[in-house]
Design a protein around this ligand. Sequence first.
Ligand code: DGL
Length: 270
Amino acid sequence: MENIGRQRPIGVFDSGIGGLTNVRALMERLPMENIIYFGDTARVPYGTKSKATIENFSMQIVDFLLEHDVKAMVIACNTIAAVAGQKIRQKTGNMPVLDVISAGAKAALATTRNNKIGIIATNTTVNSNAYARAIHRDNPDTLVRTQAAPLLVPLVEEGWLEHEVTRLTVCEYLKPLLADGIDTLVLGCTHFPLLKPLIGREAHNVALVDSAITTAEETARVLAQEGLLNTDNNNPDYRFYVSDIPLKFRTIGEHFLGRTMEQIEMVSLG
Ligand code: DGL
């Protein structure tokens, strides 16, 4: 019985395909886990939508994952974590629910030396103040500077990871944060880890926190603590569900995932 519980998949979800950066980190950190991914590609972006709409969409996704008997959930989308995290946890009860904001905030605090942390994220995440709240819960004296960086989302989806337009956009967004002397920058959006090399060059004395990696670490820790780690599975099952399969979906998705995607299925929610 216990073994069956451990074999159940981890449910990972996002507003679109950016959350595949989290799946990639989970596959590397926890290679024996089965994973079900849901990306709401028909309704992305969430980063410009209201809290009520995001909560409503998120509840539909959570229902879908519960129907698939997941043992834990990972909220891969910063925007969902920022405005709907609490509601999701109320619904899932005792099930472990990990999210990119809690993990990213912890990692940023562990990284900073001068106690000045910058965050780049979508408009909705920035407006929610969720990162600052999570950081100040552990250390109220930390200076947290947030910057909405919405233009980076379509630039990443276009694959312009090293393009001059992207570089100039990054510079513009980073200017106020660098002027405030941050030594740590949280990549607070699913898409931004793909810009790590470029951002690293433009902010060369700043440590970058990739929330996908820290969330995978936290997931491993919590699953072990709850006795839910899958330790007997050399052939893990990965399933990808999306609400739409737009043009270029596979190409962009495989960019985020870093490998080919088998088993993509379309489902409509709501
Ligand atoms: N997944 C979103 C995030 O991490 C970015 C894309 C969107 O706006 O939906 O905030």
